[in-house]
Design a protein around this ligand. Structure first.
Ligand code: PMP
Length: 369
């Protein structure tokens, strides 16, 4: 049996041909030296232009190009967080946030959202979690792992909370903003709220299948941009100029770059939905964005395998799928979704179909008391 891996956050797509051509051309042109710490002027302009609609005005001076979205977040955590400051994150959320926070002065505070309430963010519930120490409210939109898109009014309700907390910033991680399936998406930059405390991070890893290029960015108020640029200049200098040229070419030809991905992801999403629906006792929310399903398999926790082993935890279930079916899925506990698993549909179609068949068989074999 070949191993099937649905746990990765990287899609199987090839990076855009325009990106590869632009990087090679930049290397031949000799773009192999230090560049400006905040990023090339052309790329900063192109990123600012992405957000120029619906009357929003984003200036290139509000943009910092970073080695990945992760680093955009790390820059922000480094410059914003003081000893004991709290970072409030609705869960389920990407476990990378927790890992990054280990290396900062910040303290993680989570707010549980549930599938029963469609992972809605209740402003009252968020308010209850806020204190005078709250420094960052971190949203992921579209969310990983749930695929939930928070609507404009929902984001605006979060931004409204900032009025009562003058030290609090909203960071919206929008790394999956182009991987959407019909429901409209609005960037936090286009929402009503205090612009001096609204920051967006984004990148090329997901939207353009460029995870290995290590390029992302932040867009925010110029004061924070200046601090992040100084931090970046003092630490790793900036992103390689030939990589920035690749990112610029990708944005300039976005339609071509995206075209091969979206119809495939749309089809795979349908396939995974149908596959999961065919398995009894599996509950899930259809994702509006990103490329994962986050099914609840808790019905099967407490069951026994045909070999007589007890599946006591999500980790046991994940282990069983891997050992007996060579099927790798991500343990939902890591994201704050007990009894859930995260399954990517950004994989080869053949793999996807096989994986769903194996999941169905594996769960059917379990003996539920
Ligand atoms: N934010 C979220 C929500 C993610 O899922 C990921 C990658 N899994 C990142 C940030 C990191 O992205 P990058 O590769 O741009 O550092």
């Amino acid at each position: 049996m070949t191993e099937l891996n649905l746990a990765s956050g990287a899609s199987y797509f090839r990076s855009p041909a325009v990106a590869i051509a632009a990087a090679i051309s930049a290397l031949h042109q000799g773009k192999t030296y230090y560049g400006p710490a905040a990023g090339s002027p052309e790329l900063r302009q192109a990123i600012a232009d992405r957000y120029q609609h619906d009357g929003i005005k984003v200036k290139p001076e509000q943009v910092v190009v970073t080695p990945g979205t992760k680093q955009a977040l790390f820059n922000l955590f480094s410059v914003l967080l003081r000893e004991g400051d709290e970072v409030v994150i609705p869960t389920p959320a990407w476990f990378g946030f927790y890992e990054l926070l280990k290396y900062t002065k910040g303290k993680l505070v989570t707010i549980e959202t549930t599938p029963q309430h469609n992972y809605s963010l209740d402003a009252q519930q968020v308010r209850k979690a806020l204190t005078s120490k709250s420094r960052i409210l971190l949203l992921t939109n579209p969310a990983n792992p749930t695929g939930r898109i928070y609507t404009k009014p929902e984001v605006e309700a979060m931004l409204a909370l900032l009025q009562d907390y003058p030290d609090l910033y909203l960071i919206s991680d929008e790394i999956y903003d182009l991987d959407t399936y019909g429901k409209p998406f609005t960037s936090a930059l286009a929402c009503q709220g205090p612009p001096e405390r609204t920051i967006v991070v984004n990148g090329f890893s997901k939207n353009f299948a460029m995870s290995g290029w290590r390029i992302g960015y932040m867009v925010g108020p110029e004061t924070i941009v200046a601090k992040c640029t100084d931090f970046q200049s003092s630490t790793f200098s900036g992103v390689s100029m030939f990589i920035q040229d690749a990112a610029l070419a990708t944005l300039q030809q976005q339609q071509n770059a995206l075209y091969p991905m979206l119809p495939v992801l749309t089809r795979h999403r349908q396939l995974m939905k149908a596959g999961l629906e065919a398995i009894p006792h599996v509950r899930f929310m259809e994702p509006d964005g990103a490329y994962y399903f986050f099914p609840d398999l808790s019905y099967y926790i407490g069951s026994k395998t045909p070999a007589g082993k007890t599946i006591a935890t999500t980790a046991d279930l994940v282990h069983y799928l891997q050992q007996d079916y060579q099927l790798i899925v991500a343990n939902g506990d890591l994201f704050g979704g007990k009894g859930h698993v995260r399954m990517s549909f950004a994989v080869e179609e053949q793999e996807l179909v096989l994986a769903l068949g194996r999941l169905q068989k594996a769960l059917q074999q379990l003996i539920v008391a």
